[in-house]
Design a protein around this ligand. Structure first.
Ligand code: SDX
Length: 353
């Protein structure tokens, strides 16, 4: 899929379980393009945020507000409503994400354009200004499309499981997606791409790598090598390999001067992969290790990296919610626990404690 498909086609596959015919793809792409605008009232929420609000906080808040706009017409038992929900999530998240970025930089919100494809439109809404025409870089659009394909879905990861759990009670699916966005934000999950760049900035140069690798190995030190390790993958995350190769290509095509950061990442990867701690614990670069370097090369700020992850994963969340809600044998999620606390205790009056 990374070699031959597009994010919109992969989105169709995830939502329909089959790749589309040319006619189906054209119709689906058109549908998404026709749902990218927000209700103008939703835009007013951004006026309530401080200029430095984290974009993930704004994304989860405004996506959550979609449940207020679309609550009445959301009958989860109706397959047409389930389709409309998926189309709105896929189409509107980039518009909300770009609005959050524009708030952070004090620029006017840029409306979507229906003549642009998914990634071109996102670049346009992020970087265009009313004062002059904005020329979309095809290399940037191609890189984003591949990143969104690679982030689209990944089994029952933390944020997808959150969407399924929240949705299993019959809650409004837009609020379930907002819960998934919050779960993704954590540095142990989707927040890792932002944390990787902060870590590389802290390391500074190759001479400091050994110090940070030792910190990561020290059980008494909470520091983790961000972008390494995985709950499931105990070998190379196949996505990391594809992203690393694309990172190299993007750096060359954009003739980026900040390759020192990429060179530092490559050296950190080389050293870590030779270290017996990482070998013994099967710690390899994951999807987040190189993705941030590409976002930075495209001019996207670190604070927006996890937002980009959410845009790719949004269709996976929507697909999992649809699968879960359409399962007639489905039940509300209710994990059990093994209670290990004290057994029965008498109540002690407060003046005797
Ligand atoms: C994503 O689930 C998904 O599919 C997630 C994801 C997706 O597409 O949705 O793939 C996206 O979230 C990728 C992961 C991004 N997170 C990071 O890069 C943060 C850094 N990584 C760690 O926080 C950690 O690796 C986790 C949270 C990802 C996994 O944690 P686990 O399950 O505890 O890892 P493990 O069981 O394999 O750990 C084995 C040992 C442990 O030490 P011991 O208890 O045996 O002494 O390795 C240690 C861990 O403490 N360890 C690390 C480490 N990751 C694990 N030590 C140093 N640096 C690390 N990065």
């Amino acid at each position: 899929l990374a070699a031959h498909s597009s994010f919109i086609e992969v989105a169709y596959l995830l939502l329909n379980a089959e790749l589309p015919t040319a006619t189906e793809l054209a119709k689906f792409d058109d549908t998404i393009r026709m749902h990218t605008m927000l209700n103008e009232g939703m835009l007013s929420f951004f006026k309530g945020f401080r200029y430095d609000a984290h974009p993930m906080a704004m994304l989860s808040a405004v996506v959550g507000s979609m449940s207020a706009y679309y609550h009445e017409e959301m009958d989860a038992a109706n397959p047409v409503h389930r389709d409309i929900f998926a189309h709105r999530i896929l189409a509107k998240l980039p518009t909300i994400a770009a609005a959050a970025y524009k708030l952070n930089i004090g620029q006017p919100f840029i409306y979507p354009r229906n003549d642009l494809n998914y990634c071109e439109n996102l670049l346009h809404m992020l970087f265009a200004v009313p004062a002059e025409p904005y020329e979309i870089d095809p290399v940037a659009a191609e890189a984003l499309d591949l990143l969104f394909i690679l982030h689209a879905d990944h089994e029952q990861n933390c944020s997808t499981s959150t969407v399924r759990m929240a949705g299993s009670s019959g809650a409004n699916p837009y609020s379930a997606i907002a819960a998934g966005i919050s779960a993704l934000w954590g540095p142990a999950h989707g927040g890792a791409n932002e944390a990787v760049l902060k870590m590389l900035d802290d390391i500074g140069d190759v001479s400091q790598i050994g110090k940070y690798v030792d910190k990561a190995k020290d059980r008494n030190d909470p520091f983790r090598l961000m972008g390494f390790g995985h709950r499931v993958y105990k070998n190379f995350d196949p996505r990391a390999t594809l992203i690393r190769d694309m990172c190299h290509k993007v750096m060359e095509k954009l003739d980026r001067k900040d390759t020192p950061m990429f060179d530092l990442a490559r050296e950190l990867e080389r050293i870590a992969l030779q270290d017996e701690y990482f070998i013994e614990k099967n710690l390899y670069p994951n999807v987040d290790f190189y993705s941030g370097l590409i976002y930075r090369a495209l001019g996207i700020p670190t604070s927006m990296f996890t937002v980009m992850f959410a845009l790719g994963r949004s269709v996976g969340w929507a697909a999992h919610w649809r699968e879960m809600i359409a399962d007639s044998n489905g039940k509300i999620s209710r994990p059990r626990q093994l209670y290990t606390g004290p057994v029965a205790r008498d109540y002690i009056p407060v003046n005797k404690r």
